[in-house]
Design a protein around this ligand. Structure first.
Ligand SMILES: *[C@@H]1O[C@H](CO)[C@@H](O)[C@H](O)[C@H]1NC(C)=O
Ligand SMILES: *[C@@H]1O[C@H](CO)[C@@H](O)[C@H](O)[C@H]1NC(C)=O
Ligand SMILES: *[C@@H]1O[C@H](CO)[C@@H](O)[C@H](O)[C@H]1NC(C)=O
Ligand SMILES: *[C@@H]1O[C@H](CO)[C@@H](O)[C@H](O)[C@H]1NC(C)=O
Ligand SMILES: *[C@@H]1O[C@H](CO)[C@@H](O)[C@H](O)[C@H]1NC(C)=O
Ligand SMILES: *[C@@H]1O[C@H](CO)[C@@H](O)[C@H](O)[C@H]1NC(C)=O
Ligand SMILES: *[C@@H]1O[C@H](CO)[C@@H](O)[C@H](O)[C@H]1NC(C)=O
Ligand SMILES: *[C@@H]1O[C@H](CO)[C@@H](O)[C@H](O)[C@H]1NC(C)=O
Ligand SMILES: *[C@@H]1O[C@H](CO)[C@@H](O)[C@H](O)[C@H]1NC(C)=O
Ligand SMILES: *[C@@H]1O[C@H](CO)[C@@H](O)[C@H](O)[C@H]1NC(C)=O
Ligand SMILES: *[C@@H]1O[C@H](CO)[C@@H](O)[C@H](O)[C@H]1NC(C)=O
Ligand SMILES: *[C@@H]1O[C@H](CO)[C@@H](O)[C@H](O)[C@H]1NC(C)=O
Length: 826
């Protein structure tokens, strides 16, 4: 069956094929048809068998494939006029075909072109294709073919191009490929091919393009590839290749595109690389471990269009000759390039003559000194200018506004000082502007509001002052903005809150913003993260906050917010629909995923009242920080409260209940609270007036006070204060009333101490109260004890218990470690 048919001779082909099929036919059918109908029928049957193995048969091209018309008219089918109506090309590219390739395809022995690219075919590449000995072009790209590259393809010795890109092929690149001597292009991009590149490929003397990008290839690049004297494009990027680039390969003067980016290659570039590869248009060496300097000879590769050497360890200055190239894109970022003097920036001056330059990325090097003013003479076509993460000092040049084509401008993480020039407002094509982590001073220019296409703005970590310009409310496209850690003052920018485009981050933290959180905050209905922590904000949290239905993270900590936590906050169940990020985004999660509020930080404020129980119903919430407020009452037990790692509450002395692991005292039963409401009234209203003053057992108290005076004189003063303000209860009375702090009177035990039921004579009435005994070793300092006394006393809520008074003492052997303190609760 494996016979070589010279393509040029017509008659022998017909005869031999006839013979071939005649034999098969003889075995299958007694009827001998005429040569013409037989051959045609074979082709037609093969097409019908092909169609039969597909899942979607009636759509697209195949709808016209029926026996009532000539198959040569079927869509995608081309027949030869010379060879008795045989099919020479089958092109069903992008027809949405789904299914496997029927082996019958091997019967189309006159095929020279088979194109099934961009369909939904799966299964293995059928062996039958090996019977298509006339095949010159095989296109199977963008399907879901699996398995190895079928070894029967080696029978198709006339193949000129193979395109297997974007499939799920595994195995290795077969060595026999080197035997297909007519091959001009091999595409195997985006598969899962591993192993080494076979040296036999060096025999493909006609090869012009070799595309193996995005596979799992490993080992060294074989030297033999350097024999491919006609090679124009080499794509070996995004594999695991190691070693150095063979010098032979760098001698291929025909090469136009050379990509080995994203491997583990090392070594230096030969100083005459530009003379050896004079036709180079694209040189992609990024993301490897190359070292040494950038050869000046690259300037002789005058057709250079894109020079990508990012993420390597190239050193030295960026040679001025680079500025004589006129590329479209220069990616030099994340290397070790240095600059100290003006001369070291010479390349920038020379680049000014290049009007085609669109991308210049220099970030993350060791470039220092001043940014040369010549940067303002770069092409007005320049779209991306990155100089961040260097050591550049001096001012941002005023003339930067000449670069009107800029869409991305990055000055981030340098030592730029002075003011942000007002002229920046002229760069109205900007989508992203970053000058964070510099030492810029002065006001934010209000011209920033002219950047109406801006999506991302990074102004954080500078020394800006004054208020945020109201013009920022004109940024009608803004999705994220960072102003944190500056010296901004004044009220929060209501104009920004009205921007419903804000969908990712608004960070105003660590400034000196004053006043309330305005109700307008609820306008940010699409925002995922809001941080206004670390300011001087005060007043209550507005109910409108719950309109921010897309929030994933909310940080309001370290301000002076007061009032209670709005119950409405639990309405933030989340409608956030993550959308595609236009730049490198920080937001985790799948695009289109629905998420709700996950993190809520309210710590270090003056919030009081109880924790809204409905918070436990916020299913996505896993981090809740309420620490250092004046909250009290019952801690819920479900949702975020059910996991100690997610819930912070220290510094709120009035909390009780919650899950056992919190070690909080249990909340008193409601009946007890109720019974003692009267007492609460008496002690809170009448007691201060009447001024009942009971003294703690004086000896014990004074011992403990002397001890504390040594460490903290403030405590003493506070204690006097407390003694004046609150009824005095003696320690002895407490011991008596609790049966010597006996087990029977123990209501609950927590991390900071125990709670006892206690009968006490208060205002001449025998009353049942709760006594909370602190273990001072646990609770830290007596200061917090006093603070808690203070905090507890301010509490006014029906479910919560009020403190009547406090008592501090140490035990009879005056052992400091056994010190305890008690609070008396109604
Ligand atoms: C066969 O295809 C032709 C179009 O090429 C169409 O007009 C005809 O209806 C089809 N016949 C059947 C039986 O589907
Ligand atoms: C197949 O057809 C598409 C357009 O339908 C064309 O772009 C492609 O080049 C063709 N394939 C071959 C191998 O000619
Ligand atoms: C190829 O054609 C022959 C003759 O029509 C037929 O017997 C055979 O089944 C076909 N092969 C396949 C794989 O369909
Ligand atoms: C390819 O050729 C080998 C012999 O070199 C033969 O055994 C095999 O059957 C052929 N494959 C096809 C599909 O014709
Ligand atoms: C082929 O698939 C790749 C991804 O695998 C995709 O990027 C490319 O756009 C596809 N090509 C076409 C023409 O659909
Ligand atoms: C550059 O060199 C440093 C220090 O030797 C090394 O840690 C780093 O991984 C290197 N980077 C690359 C991209 O090779
Ligand atoms: C560019 O090529 C010319 C001629 O081959 C050579 O004289 C010159 O030194 C080369 N330039 C660089 C920078 O290597
Ligand atoms: C820019 O080009 C002009 C003329 O093409 C030339 O006179 C000038 O010297 C060039 N400038 C630089 C910096 O190369
Ligand atoms: C901003 O736009 C306004 C109105 O279009 C204009 O008057 C002002 O000069 C612009 N500012 C800058 C710095 O471009
Ligand atoms: C989420 O966004 C995606 C992409 O924008 C959209 O297709 C999807 O319908 C949206 N889902 C919901 C529930 O809004
Ligand atoms: C929590 O949700 C459950 C079920 O939807 C509901 O019955 C309960 O009342 C909710 N709790 C609070 C405190 O809102
Ligand atoms: C508690 O939360 C932590 C961190 O969020 C998590 O790793 C852990 O699995 C959670 N524990 C339980 C019991 O849910």
């Amino acid at each position: 069956m494996h016979v070589y048919f010279p393509v040029s001779s017509v008659i022998p082909i017909v005869l031999l094929v006839l013979l071939h099929y005649g034999l098969e036919q003889a075995a299958n059918s007694p009827v001998q048809a005429s040569a013409r109908t037989f051959d045609s029928r074979t082709d037609r049957d093969a097409l019908l068998a092909f169609k039969a193995s597909l899942i979607s048969k009636q759509q697209g091209a195949l709808a016209s494939w029926n026996t009532s018309n000539d198959f040569c008219r079927w869509q995608g089918v081309s027949c030869s006029t010379k060879h008795n109506h045989r099919i020479t090309a089958l092109n069903l590219s992008s027809e949405g075909l789904i299914g496997t390739v029927a082996p019958a395809i091997g019967n189309l022995t006159f095929l020279h072109t088979l194109d099934l690219s961009m369909d939904n075919m799966h299964g293995e590449i059928p062996s039958a294709i090996g019977r298509l000995f006339r095949l010159r072009h095989l296109g199977l790209s963008n399907n879901s073919f699996q398995g190895e590259i079928n070894a029967n393809l080696k029978n198709c010795t006339g193949l000129e191009s193979i395109n297997l890109d974007s499939n799920m092929l595994t195995g290795e690149i077969p060595a026999w490929l080197g035997g297909l001597s007519s091959l001009r292009t091999i595409h195997i991009k985006k598969n899962n091919i591993g192993g080494k590149i076979p040296p036999s490929l060096g025999n493909l003397s006609a090869l012009e393009g070799m595309y193996f990008t995005w596979n799992q290839l490993e080992g060294a690049i074989p030297r033999g590839i350097g024999k491919l004297s006609g090679l124009k494009s080499l794509g070996l990027g995004e594999n695991h290749l190691s070693g150095t680039i063979p010098t032979t390969l760098l001698n291929l003067s025909s090469v136009i595109q050379f990509s080995v980016a994203g491997n583990e290659l090392h070594g230096t570039l030969p100083s005459d690389i530009g003379n050896r590869l004079p036709k180079l248009q694209k040189l992609f060496l990024g993301m490897n471990h190359f070292t040494g300097s950038l050869p000046a000879s690259l300037a002789n590769a005058t057709d250079m269009y894109s020079l990508d050497i990012f993420v390597n360890n190239f050193t030295g200055i960026i040679t001025p000759e680079i500025g004589k190239l006129c590329p479209d894109r220069l990616f030099f970022d994340s290397n070790q390039f240095v600059a100290t003097t003006t001369r070291d920036w010479e390349f920038m001056t020379l680049l000014a003559n290049c009007t085609r330059l669109r991308v210049l990325e220099l970030q993350n090097n060791i470039l220092g000194g001043m940014l040369p003013n010549s940067v303002t003479n770069l092409s007005a076509q320049l779209e991306n200018l990155y100089v961040g993460f260097n050591e550049i000092s001096g001012n941002i040049p005023f003339g930067i506004s000449n670069l009107v084509g800029l869409t991305v401008l990055q000055f981030s993480y340098n030592q730029f000082s002075g003011v942000l020039p007002d002229s920046i407002g002229r760069l109205d094509s900007l989508h992203a502007l970053g000058f964070e982590n510099n030492i810029l001073t002065g006001f934010m220019p209000s011209s920033l509001g002219n950047l109406t296409q801006l999506l991302r703005l990074f102004a954080n970590n500078n020394m800006f002052e004054g208020s945020l310009p109201a013009s920022l409310g004109n940024l009608q496209e803004i999705a994220e903005a960072y102003f944190s850690n500056n010296k901004f003052t004044g009220p929060l920018p209501i104009d920004i809150f009205n921007l419903s485009t804000l969908s990712k981050v608004l960070d105003l933290s660590d400034n000196y913003f004053l006043g309330p959180l305005p109700p307008e905050v609820g306008g940010m209905t699409n925002l995922a993260y809001l941080d206004i922590s670390g300011n001087n904000l005060s007043g209550p949290l507005p109910d409108t906050l719950s309109n921010c239905q897309s929030l994933i993270g909310l940080r309001l900590g370290s301000n002076s917010f007061n009032g209670s936590i709005p119950v409405s906050i639990s309405k933030m169940k989340g409608l956030m629909n993550l959308t595609k990020n236009t730049f490198s985004g920080e937001i985790p999660g799948e695009i289109g995923q629905m998420v709700g509020l996950e993190e809520l930080y309210l710590s270090h404020n003056n919030l009081s009242g109880y924790i809204p129980e409905s918070i436990e119903n916020m299913t996505s919430l896993y981090k809740l920080d309420l620490s250092f407020n004046h909250l009290d009452g019952k801690v819920p037990s479900h949702g975020v409260f059910s996991n100690v790692t997610g819930f912070s509450f220290e510094g709120n002395m009035g909390l009780c209940g919650g899950i056992y692991e919190l070690h909080l005292a249990p909340c008193l039963p409601k009946s007890m609270v109720h019974n003692n409401r009267k007492l609460w009234l008496i002690t809170k209203v009448i007691v201060p007036v009447v001024g009942i003053v009971i003294c703690c057992t004086l000896v014990l108290v004074s011992i403990s006070l002397i001890k504390k005076t040594k460490s903290n004189s403030k405590t003493l003063a506070e204690f006097h204060f407390i003694a004046e303000k609150y009824p005095r209860v003696s320690y002895a009375e407490l011991v008596q009333g609790t049966n010597g702090f006996g087990k029977d009177n123990l209501i609950g035990k927590g991390r900071y101490g125990s709670v006892y039921k206690c009968s006490l004579l208060l205002k001449n009435m025998m009353t049942t109260v709760a006594v909370k005994v602190f273990d001072l070793q646990q609770s830290g300092s007596s200061g917090s004890f006093i603070a808690e006394c203070e905090a507890l006393n301010k509490i006014r809520h029906r479910n919560l218990i009020s403190a009547i008074t406090c008592c501090s003492s140490s035990d009879s052997n005056q052992n400091d470690s056994n010190q305890h303190a008690a609070q008396v609760h109604a």
